[in-house]
Design a binder for this molecule. Structure first.
Ligand code: CP
Length: 315
């Protein structure tokens, strides 16, 4: 796996191997110095043309825990404002020694272009491209579900029989796309829940069930509900009558949360808008995995950096 661009490219075997490697890296938590020399001499470039809190910082933390050197590019304050292109930016970072580039961009396909254009020889990890894919988010979500269900017995397991509902702005969500493919590859059943206006074109070809009724899904007692933010920044015009109406039909309100089984996981990739797609009661409950997802992201990204490096960066 020289690059990681799209969760649909991951076989169940590869995905389980990544999750198992992440389980091994998670053992670092019990060490007084939580660091390994594995990527000593390797330079990881975080190349973020779009804003990020969790993904950028957890890739930085993951790379440093593996003893890599980290250089960071963010769109704001860069020579992007002077018209520098994606190609020239990437080649500039490679000239500074980048072996692995972790790339976030508002254009769907940007990471794929960097990986396959021949502009650079570095390994490319997609950290979110437009509305298309965010494969490490799907991996950390799968890790979180698996770890909650199987705890220390998680290694080697897939997600057969697990029922996950992904709720909200599916149309603009790279998290929904990435999870739809990865979770089903791992054996889970995925149901997408959204108003018609927030379902993507072509969703019929996704390996999922689709419904417009969140209440029906709640009554069906899912194993996990993954709540998504409304991505207003990617919208032109209004996709629902009013925020109040959206919350009434699609929010994980206190009332809907109370109807979920006590074992159901409450997930959110972040950033969340409390009081819109999720109530604070649900977000802060013991059923919530929201902060665990953030912590697990570090172990999963260590696993991805490690496996990408193993199969052929510059070194
Ligand atoms: N989940 C996620 O991608 O969060 P950030 O945008 O903060 O990286």
């Amino acid at each position: 796996m020289k690059h990681l661009i799209d969760s649909s490219e991951l076989t169940a075997q590869r995905a389980i191997s990544l999750l198992d490697t992440a389980e091994e890296f998670a053992q670092l938590q019990s060490r007084s110095v939580p660091k390994l020399p594995t990527l000593r001499g390797v330079t990881v470039a975080n190349v973020f043309f779009e804003d990020s809190t969790r993904t950028r910082l957890s890739f930085e933390s993951a790379a440093k825990k593996l003893s890599a050197d980290v250089i960071t590019f963010t769109g704001q304050g860069s020579s992007l404002s002077k018209g520098e292109s994606l190609k020239d930016t990437a080649q500039t970072l490679e000239a500074m020694g980048a072996d692995i580039m972790v790339v976030r961009h508002s254009s769907s396909g940007a990471a794929h272009t960097l990986a396959h254009s021949g502009w650079v020889g570095a390994s490319i990890i997609n950290a979110g491209d437009g509305t298309h894919q965010h494969p490490t988010q799907a991996l950390l979500d799968a890790y979180t579900i698996r770890h909650r269900l199987h705890s220390d017995q998680a290694t080697g397991q897939d997600l057969t029989g697990v029922r996950v509902a992904i709720v909200g702005d599916i149309a603009h969500s790279r998290v929904a796309r990435s999870n739809a493919w990865l979770l089903t590859t791992l054996g889970a059943s995925v149901t997408l829940v959204a108003p018609q206006t927030l379902l993507p074109r072509g969703v019929e070809s996704w390996p999922v069930t689709v419904t417009t009724s969140f209440d029906d899904v709640i009554d069906d007692a899912p194993d996990a509900v993954m709540m998504l933010r409304i991505q207003s920044e990617r919208m032109r015009g209004s996709h629902f009558p009013s925020p109040g109406e959206y919350v009434g039909h699609y929010g994980l309100t206190e009332a809907r949360f109370g109807r979920l089984p006590e074992t159901a996981l409450v997930m959110h990739p972040g950033p969340m808008n409390r009081g819109v797609e999720i109530s604070s009661l649900a977000a802060d409950s013991p059923q919530s995995t929201i902060l665990e997802q953030v912590s697990n992201g570090v172990w999963v990204r260590m696993a991805v950096l490690y496996q990408v490096h193993q199969s052929g960066g510059h070194q």
